[in-house]
Design a protein around this ligand. Structure first.
Ligand code: PLP
Length: 394
């Protein structure tokens, strides 16, 4: 019988050293030594040789983290980076050249939007956006020079969901790479490669760390796609630190357990908030009212840990809600053991125009809650008491 992924997330480990350690060791070293000048010469002669040279190129602790993500995502190989954005940027830089074109969902993380709209055009790379709720237009955007189709599903912060299998069919037909940012779901909930994605990206900073400590990124896929990415990272240097890799590989031991608890609580809280008089709608992938509920059920094993809702009182109510919170943290991170509230219209997305915010589903009163691992009743109680606006402004 094949081993379960929950077990692999715990039992995949760097070969035990002569010290006989139980928990995985941390190889906090910049470089590696050779027994002979000939060995050293051989290590440098062949880029594809499986030998450690320098931690910008490879490191056993980083390799352990990559191996685990590959097993969980059903991927052949991967690279790790210092942040999620470095993973996104390394992907674009490896597969896009001057004159190329990329198609992306418009509902993508803010810094990804900045790379697509501000940096890529500087180097002669064009982009087209599509609305996640109108996937039928994608094929009409394809040009002979289109190389990548890029999506986040679920998206940040709008929680839009798109059918990965549907996208994979289009990409195969037109010989385009399908790249999926799987940060919100994690491999414990969704494995895009099983539905035909070519490359899967994560900001490991979020649920993969799970405790808001370190930043990291990872990209996994077929060997022939990862090899040029490895050379890009090795030569340009956005590599993951071994210390961060050690924190993240230990975090993966509890990923499945954590995601189950995040999702159980998120479903319970989203159900309890539905119909609240101060709220116009609640969005959660596993609520039947979610516009893409059927797709979510098909490609995700649970709804993940993020819930959004819209306050009837708009921007003013959003600010008041944050100020009223007693336990939930007011911070822009997500995927932490501590529940977090954010109000995109007055913070992360305040520089966008109203029309741009609308295009990506950010209403003035949108609140994003990253449901933590506290008791769900305590999280809900804090949210409910923060929805009493007249008391706070008295
Ligand atoms: C969906 C998504 N992708 C990428 C990133 C970027 O990750 P990092 O902050 O690790 O660079 C984030 C960060 O919030 C994100 O939410």
């Amino acid at each position: 019988m094949a081993r379960h992924p929950e077990t692999d997330a715990i039992r995949t480990q760097t070969e035990r050293t002569a010290e006989k350690e139980h928990s995985t060791p941390l190889f906090l070293t910049s470089s590696f030594v050779y027994d002979t000048a000939e060995d050293m010469g051989a290590a440098f002669a062949d880029d594809s040789l499986d030998v450690n040279i320098y931690s910008r190129f490879s490191n056993p602790t980083v390799d352990e983290f990559i191996s685990k993500i590959c097993i969980l995502e059903k991927a052949e190989d991967g690279i790790a980076t210092g942040t999620g954005m470095a993973a996104v940027f390394a992907t674009f830089m490896t597969f896009l050249s001057k004159g190329d074109h990329i198609i992306s969902a418009s509902a993508v993380f803010g810094s990804t939007h900045t790379i697509l709209t501000k940096y890529l055009p500087k180097w002669g790379i064009d982009y087209s956006y599509f609305n996640m709720n109108e996937p039928d237009v994608i094929e009409s955007l394809i040009r002979p020079e289109t190389r990548i189709l890029y999506v986040e599903t679920p998206s940040n912060p709008g929680l839009d969901i798109i059918d990965i299998k549907f996208l994979a069919v289009i990409c195969k037909k037109h010989n385009i790479l399908l790249v999926v940012d799987n940060c919100f779901a994690t491999p414990a909930v969704q494995q895009p490669i099983l539905f035909g994605a070519d490359l899967v990206i994560h900001s490991a900073t979020k649920f993969i760390d799970g405790q808001g400590r370190v930043l990291g990124g990872v990209v996994v896929g077929r060997k022939e796609l990862i090899q040029p990415m490895y050379l890009f990272v090795r030569n340009t240097g956005p590599s993951m630190s071994p210390f961060n890799a050690w924190v993240l590989t230990k975090s993966l031991e509890t990923l499945f357990l954590r995601m189950e608890r995040h999702a159980d609580s998120a479903l319970k809280i989203s159900q309890a908030l539905t119909g609240h008089p101060e709220i116009s709608w609640v969005k959660y992938p596993f609520l039947p009212s979610h516009p893409q509920y059927d797709i979510a059920k098909k490609q995700m094993t649970n709804g993940g840990g993020i819930v959004t809702f819209d306050l009837k009182g708009g921007v003013g109510a959003g600010r008041k809600f944050l100020n009223n919170l007693k336990m939930l943290s007011m911070t822009n991170n997500l995927g932490d053991s501590r529940s977090i509230a954010s109000h995109p219209a007055s913070t992360t997305h305040s520089k966008l125009t109203e029309a741009e915010r609308q295009e990506v589903g950010i209403t003035p009163g949108l609140i994003r809650i990253s449901i933590g691992l506290e008791h769900p009743d305590d999280i809900l109680e804090d949210i409910i008491q923060a929805l009493v606006f007249h008391a706070a402004s008295a």
